[in-house]
Design a protein around this ligand. Structure first.
Ligand SMILES: NC(=O)C1=CN([C@@H]2O[C@H](COP(=O)(O)OP(=O)(O)OC[C@H]3O[C@@H](n4cnc5c(N)ncnc54)[C@H](OP(=O)(O)O)[C@@H]3O)[C@@H](O)[C@H]2O)C=CC1
Ligand SMILES: O=C(O)[C@@H]1CCC=N1
Length: 255
């Protein structure tokens, strides 16, 4: 399938890596030319173009927009001549499906908020469908997104909070892993061992939650042995407002 990714920055690159890992789609990236993106295209092995006209002329089956929100509608205007069957998937946080439909009224539309782990096919992708998504378009959306990670389908009204937890969340977890890494170094681990330990622990905790379906509180209770060490750490987290700090991070990012 011919897939164009418009905006080959952090998110666009992660999506391209995830797509190239999994199947042999024909990937076209579109980005203003610069050494960073040229090097990435050469190393990863996809075609790079630098104008919307070139994207339109290639008649892609799916276009994924990962440009900054402030330029996204202008970029979509440039893509208005795409064939009506081209599915448009916008990953630009804050751009509404209605705004896209005003520019591309006949194309099947979807809005997503992916996250950076799509690069290793372990992403979390909030998905809201827009107009004209009949079975063939839905199949194309699934073809593109399923290999990238878990799809959380929600009404568009919930895409903001899904994007805050799923899309911003990796940065919050990265802060946690960074702090755990520092703590490991304080107690004598070398830095790479400390980071590997933290990442593996986060990976396993997520996997256990998904596979068992237990609540976070139930899982925490499995770890806190009576009179043991973990409950003392949990007490310190409560004393220091960890739970509120996390909720307030979501408040701020979602605001
Ligand atoms: N990063 C993330 O985890 C997530 C990001 N998103 C969304 O993805 C979008 C991009 O974010 P992010 O990747 O972090 O930002 P980046 O700044 O890393 O990437 C944006 C890319 O878009 C390119 N660009 C700018 N203008 C145009 C244009 N007119 N045509 C084509 N390409 C253009 C930039 O080019 P240049 O090389 O010149 O800078 C850059 O490569 C945002 O809308 C954001 O909301 C959504 C979910 C998660
Ligand atoms: O920071 C941002 O604005 C984007 C949206 C979700 C994750 N990154």
């Amino acid at each position: 399938m011919k897939i164009a990714v418009i905006g080959v920055g952090q998110m666009g690159s992660a999506i391209i890596k995830g797509l190239l890992n999994q199947h042999e789609d024909d990937i076209i990236g579109m980005n203003p030319v610069n050494p960073r993106v040229s090097k990435f295209a050469q190393e990863a092995g996809f075609r790079l173009v630098n104008s919307s006209e070139e994207v339109v002329s290639k008649k892609p089956a799916v276009v994924i927009i990962t440009t900054p929100a402030k330029v996204t509608l202008a970029v979509l205007e440039e893509l208005a001549a795409l064939p009506a069957h081209t599915v448009i998937i916008s990953a630009a946080a804050g751009i509404r499906l209605a705004d896209i439909a005003a520019i591309l009224p006949t194309n099947p539309l979807a809005a997503i908020i992916p996250n950076i782990p799509v690069a290793v096919n372990a992403g979390t992708i909030g998905l809201a469908l827009g107009g004209h998504v009949m079975a063939p378009a839905f199949d194309k959306i699934n073809h593109v997104l399923t290999p990238l990670g878990e799809i959380i389908r929600v009404p568009e009204s919930q895409l903001g909070i899904v994007g805050t937890i799923g899309g911003c969340g990796p940065a919050f977890v990265d802060v946690l892993m960074d702090a755990l890494g520092d703590a490991g170094v304080k107690y004598g681990l070398n830095r790479s061992t400390a980071y590997r330990l933290a990442a593996s622990m986060v990976n396993g905790s997520g996997k256990l939650a998904l596979q068992t379906g237990l609540t976070p509180a139930q899982l925490r209770d499995q770890v806190t042995s009576p009179g043991g060490t973990t409950i003392r750490g949990v007490e310190a987290l409560e004393k220091n407002g960890f739970r509120y700090a996390v909720m307030d991070a979501v408040n701020k990012a979602n605001g």
